[in-house]
Design a protein around this ligand. Structure first.
Ligand SMILES: Nc1ncnc2c1ncn2[C@@H]1O[C@H](COP(=O)(O)OP(=O)(O)OP(=O)(O)O)[C@@H](O)[C@H]1O
Ligand SMILES: O=C(O)C1=C[C@@H](O)[C@@H](O)[C@H](O)C1
Ligand SMILES: [Mg+2]
Length: 171
């Protein structure tokens, strides 16, 4: 089994939201590796970061991605930092990967100040900038398609990905 598409991008890019809209369009199901890690541990991502540290979360996340790629045939949303893991990068090279691109200002606006994202605690904008600068080349490198999301609604983004998938399936 393999997912019909894997969504990657920064926090606030809309991976989780768009995954559900796209799955509705395709009549398939969604898996989100943040949710998988939370279910398997019984802890929130936030608590895992605070109680066990980021490295531990990244190991759990890499295992969750590998399992989802094996088991799931719908839409798969990854956590924002999942692509940093070398094993995950290798696995993603076999997949249809859509990079949801988002500018610093749109991402900061979307995640807001009351963030439950542990990496963004403190100065959201500065942290988001550092994170986008460091990760953009990785997202771009892994992407088979890119959708710039700033001026699109989540539903527009889902529609665009739906179109890309159909074009890809056409011989
Ligand atoms: N295209 C969009 N336009 C406007 N708002 C959006 C768009 N996509 C998502 N959002 C909003 O941005 C917020 C973050 O979206 P979401 O949780 O889907 O991001 P994510 O990429 O999954 O982030 P994370 O990496 O933290 O899991 C949500 O409030 C969502 O409703
Ligand atoms: O961008 C990131 O590194 C993260 C994004 C979220 O999806 C969660 O996986 C976690 O908050 C870390
Ligand atoms: Mg998400």
């Amino acid at each position: 089994m393999t997912p019909v598409v894997v969504l990657v991008g920064a926090p606030g890019a809309g991976k989780t939201t768009v995954a559900h809209r796209l799955a509705d369009r395709l009549g398939t199901s969604v898996r989100d590796t943040d949710v998988d890690v939370e279910r398997s541990t019984g802890s929130s991502v936030q608590d895992l970061f605070v109680e066990h540290g980021e490295a531990h979360f990244r190991d759990l996340e890499a295992a969750a991605v590998a399992t989802a790629l094996r088991e799931h045939d719908g839409v798969l949303a990854l956590g924002g930092g999942a692509v940093l893991h070398p094993g995950t990068q290798r696995l993603l090279r076999e997949q249809q990967v859509v990079f949801l691109d988002v500018s610093l200002s749109a991402a900061a606006q979307r995640v807001g100040l009351g963030t439950n994202r542990p990496l963004l605690l403190g100065n959201v904008r500065a942290t988001m900038k550092a994170l986008l600068d460091a990760r953009r080349p990785v997202y771009e490198d892994l992407a088979t398609h890119t959708v710039v999301t700033d001026d699109l609604t989540a539903d527009d983004v889902a529609a665009r990905i739906h179109q890309l998938i159909q074009e890809n399936a056409t011989p």
